[in-house]
Design a protein around this ligand. Structure first.
Ligand SMILES: Nc1ncnc2c1ncn2[C@@H]1O[C@H](COP(=O)(O)OP(=O)(O)OP(=O)(O)O)[C@@H](O)[C@H]1O
Ligand SMILES: [Mg+2]
Length: 161
């Protein structure tokens, strides 16, 4: 199946948060978003936006769960925010039991999840960040599952140029 690709560009952290908010509003329990890109490219800022869009209180501080591996937030549904940078192998990941979060109870946002695509559910929205400049980021969103294509079409209709 051919994948769908939608490209966005942001020029500030605020714009990246805004794009995350728009995406978050379109999400529901069971959706998986995999964020890829070098250190400091904006994955956590984008996740802050997703959390706001999902209805998590703005008073909740969304920080990188690099040491905790996973933080859980409650909005209109549960949001699991993972950062698997420190894990080395798919077995390390499976040993943590974090894959239980893929059971549909909540939305999962995974930083560095692209390390082992083979253990991830097929139905996932990939967001690949590139640093274009100090404040400039490209976010390339791809996916091929019909649910993901629906999300991307919703995003294109609501967002942005
Ligand atoms: N357009 C932009 N979008 C997002 N962040 C930006 C942008 N321009 C500059 N920044 C800065 O880049 C940094 C992004 O940090 P963030 O923690 O979101 O990165 P990350 O990809 O999660 O890194 P890590 O891999 O360490 O978890 C912040 O310091 C932010 O201020
Ligand atoms: Mg991060």
């Amino acid at each position: 199946m051919k994948d769908k690709r939608v490209r966005y560009r942001t020029e500030s952290p605020k714009e990246t948060v805004g794009l995350g908010v728009t995406l978050g509003r379109l999400l529901q329990a069971g959706d998986l978003i995999v964020l890829t890109g070098e250190l400091g490219c904006g994955k956590t800022w984008f996740t802050k936006g997703i959390a706001l869009g999902v209805g998590v209180s703005p008073h909740e501080v969304v920080t990188s769960p690099s040491f905790a591996l996973m933080n859980e937030y409650e909005g209109l549904c549960t949001l699991f925010h993972m950062d698997v940078y420190r894990l080395e192998t798919p077995e390390d990941f499976l040993d943590t039991g974090l894959d239980e979060c893929f059971d549909g109870r909540g939305i999962v946002v995974m930083e560095w999840g692209d390390k082992w695509p083979e253990i991830l559910p097929e139905c996932r929205l990939n967001v690949i960040f590139s640093m274009l400049g100090e404040q400039s980021r490209e976010l390339l969103m791809t996916g091929e599952d019909p649910r993901v294509i629906e999300i991307l079409e919703g995003l294109r209709n609501q967002a942005l140029e």
